[in-house]
Ligand binder design. Sequence first.
Ligand code: PEP
Ligand code: MN
Length: 344
Amino acid sequence: MVKMIIVLKSGASDEKVAYFSEQLRKKYDVQVNAWHGTQSTVLGLLGDTHKVDVESVSAYDIVESVKRVQEPYKKANRKFHPDNTVIEVCGRKIGGGELQLIAGPCSVESKEQICGIAKRVEAAGASFLRGGAFKPRTSPYAFQGLRAEGLELLLEAKKETGMPIVTEIMSADHIHLFEEVDVIQVGARNMQNFELLKELGRLDKPILLKRGLANTIEETLMSAEYIMSGGNEKVILCERGVRTFETYTRNTLDISAVPIFKKLSHLPVVVDPSHAAGIPWLIEPLALASIAAGADGLIIEVHNDPPHALSDGAQSLTPDQFDRIAARIQAADKALKGLSASAS
Ligand code: PEP
Ligand code: MN
């Protein structure tokens, strides 16, 4: 566990960094890991760092600053990894400054349905196709998803469109079925299924981790830490609203979580306004607010026939509605980028 970080001055030579790291190891009996960023090199100290004297370490000429890491999340912490993490999936970059639209139906229902929606959302500018095959439903009597067959249909839609696919996993026992899935979603209800998170930490595949219904920002980052500590650092955080006393919306979208996640962590952050709102007309304003707050992507549910959808029809947009909203989102994204370019 990284307990202390030392930011080195830019331009510190490799020899100096190696020499300094060796001195720290010998003097304090700690492990030293180096992370080379674009702006600076950061050393992370692991082990018993209580003996490390901040003042004497600060006195080395290559040291810019020394900080003890108080937060319980380490690998997800921006202090240890100042640059944004950029996750590349089939040539699309999440976290790299380009807004990614992830769209599709709540549930995969048939080949015609998923392929038809895939083509429509792709034409509107979506870069990822999302659809549920394993569905976490409140009622055991509700449609549970097409399961393995749903995954097959998503792969067919990928073959037809070339869009990478995002779909939810509910059990570690199913990991073998997800080999060809591009991004594995962990749903809000499983955010603290720690055994599942540990298993996902052993994969080399992006994990889209949704914030739990009643979980704090720190708890969400600790769940990301479970995945990352197992070796899989490709985690995408997702704000999808939390439970509050409000009943007008399905959940209360915590917009402030977006800049807070970005401040505390280097991981990409996407927002799911569909599950937050639960109401189609609220999706556009929440999507616009999310990108203004700094989201790297949006997840939006789209269904060809919402009244007959097997799940979440009430919050689904039609492909025509998605066309209009996607265009407005893209225009707003362009305007916001122009704004930040002119401010800097
Ligand atoms: C879903 O993505 O369809 C879903 C069930 O979302 P959440 O886990 O955010 O409730
Ligand atoms: Mn849904």
